[in-house]
Design a protein around this ligand. Structure first.
Ligand SMILES: [Zn+2]
Length: 412
């Protein structure tokens, strides 16, 4: 099979898609279900139709473009990513996996390949949490990680319910029908920019993702007792910020002492009330993110934090309450998909690095219903979610070539 990626066409399509934007170029802003997003989707669908793919969409707007195999009833091989973009983002995040996936299919068609299993390109709805506050809305529903009832309760930043927003955008039907039946996919592979510096630093053209780390996020609120910064003596204080400081350091210690490089914990929010220079902090709210590739290790860090909360409550006579916002389980890639990706790299004489994805992706949720793996390409300086995000045409074409080879092997 003579597989050739049309690099020029692929890059010009990435450029063309970046023009569907609510921000001044080179920045891209494309929030799900805005008129700009809907125009981009229509454009995307017309490209898929030109490639002879059969298109369907579900009630949340996930779009499926299928190259029907010679055994149409056999489970499909899936690939794809997202085209929504956070405010002031770049043109490659997600897009490389969608347009690269389409070009992989076209390259296979040009090479005269005929799949036995159908090959399906998926464009996920709302990978970014910008509008509804939850990331990977489409793939959460597809995989049954999020129930239709819970999804229907989501509201956007302007207070509009998801039900109303999606219907206005032209996506009708029952959210309960979004979940895919068991065995729908034989395999799922997502091509994506790394969004980190490792491949560039190690001078490797490709990364094969063997696991995806997942975050747990929580709010911890400490209630102490406020008062005049001059009037209340130190021995009489129940300072909420001093108590919170102990929790922050306890969390850092817990994450550092797991012995694993994959454990990370961050306090990214510290709201102090009343927030006056001459007032003792009465209440503090911490926003906490803990991630790991091992669920057991991550849970241990959270348990250590809870121990610290109990200790601090007793020692400082404050009250502490915590609220878990989400706790997705990390995922392991399917060994057979990883092996196929390795073989595809070797076949084309390309080096690769086994990797961990520290950001999460739709593939994290697809792993719940199908063996999954991801293929990473380098991006300059590891920059992502900013207008100067950049991946070279050569790297994009290489990733697309390996994706095409992998889809061929999986669909035979
Ligand atoms: Zn992405």
């Amino acid at each position: 099979m003579n597989l050739k990626i049309d690099q020029e066409r692929l890059i010009s399509e990435i450029e063309a898609l970046s023009k569907f934007s609510d921000a001044e170029a080179p920045a891209v802003t494309r929030i799900v279900f805005t008129p700009t997003d809907l125009k981009a989707r229509d454009w995307m669908k017309s490209l898929c139709r030109d490639a002879g793919l059969a298109i369907r969409k579900d009630a949340i707007g996930n779009t499926f473009a299928r190259w029907i195999g010679s055994d149409p009833l056999a489970p499909a091989v899936g690939t794809g990513s997202h085209i929504d973009a956070i405010p002031n983002a770049g043109k490659f995040d997600g897009v490389v996996g969608v347009l690269g996936g389409l070009e992989a299919i076209r390259a296979l068609q040009r090479a005269g390949f005929r799949p036995r299993h159908s090959i399906e390109l998926l464009v996920f709805t709302a990978e970014e949490p910008t509008r509804f506050g939850v990331g990977c809305l489409g793939s959460r529903l597809l995989s049954g990680t999020l129930s239709a009832d819970a999804a229907a309760k989501l509201i956007d930043k302007d207070g509009q319910p998801v039900e109303e927003v999606r219907r206005k955008a032209g996506f009708s039907g029952d959210l309960r029908e979004v979940k895919l039946p068991a065995g729908y996919y034989k395999a799922f592979v997502e091509l994506h920019i790394e969004q980190g510096p490792v491949l560039e630093r190690e001078r490797q053209p490709l990364g094969i993702v063997e696991q995806i780390a997942a975050p747990a996020s929580l709010y911890v609120t400490v209630e102490g007792s406020g008062g005049h910064a001059g009037g209340v003596l130190m021995r009489d204080r129940r300072d909420a910020l001093c108590a919170a400081a102990e929790l922050i350091l306890a969390l850092e210690h817990a994450a550092r002492s797991t012995g694993a490089i994959d454990t990370v914990a961050t306090v990214g929010i510290c709201d102090v009330f009343p927030g006056a220079i001459n007032s003792i902090p009465a209440r503090v709210r911490l926003g906490i993110d803990v991630r790991d590739t091992s669920l057991a290790r991550r849970d241990r860090v959270i348990a250590d934090l809870e121990d610290a909360c109990r200790k601090t409550t007793a020692q400082r006579q404050v009250s502490i309450r915590s609220e878990l916002l989400n706790a997705d389980a990390p995922a392991e890639s399917g060994p057979e998909i990883v092996a196929t990706l390795r073989q595809a790299c070797e076949k084309h004489g390309l080096r690769f690095l086994p990797m961990t994805s520290r950001a999460y992706h739709d593939s994290l949720f697809m792993s719940r219903i199908a063996p999954m793996a991801m293929l990473f390409i380098p991006c300059r300086n590891g920059y992502s979610h900013r207008p100067d995000e950049y991946a070279s045409p050569e790297d994009i074409a290489r990733g697309t070539l390996v994706l095409a080879e992998t889809l061929a092997m999986l669909s035979e």
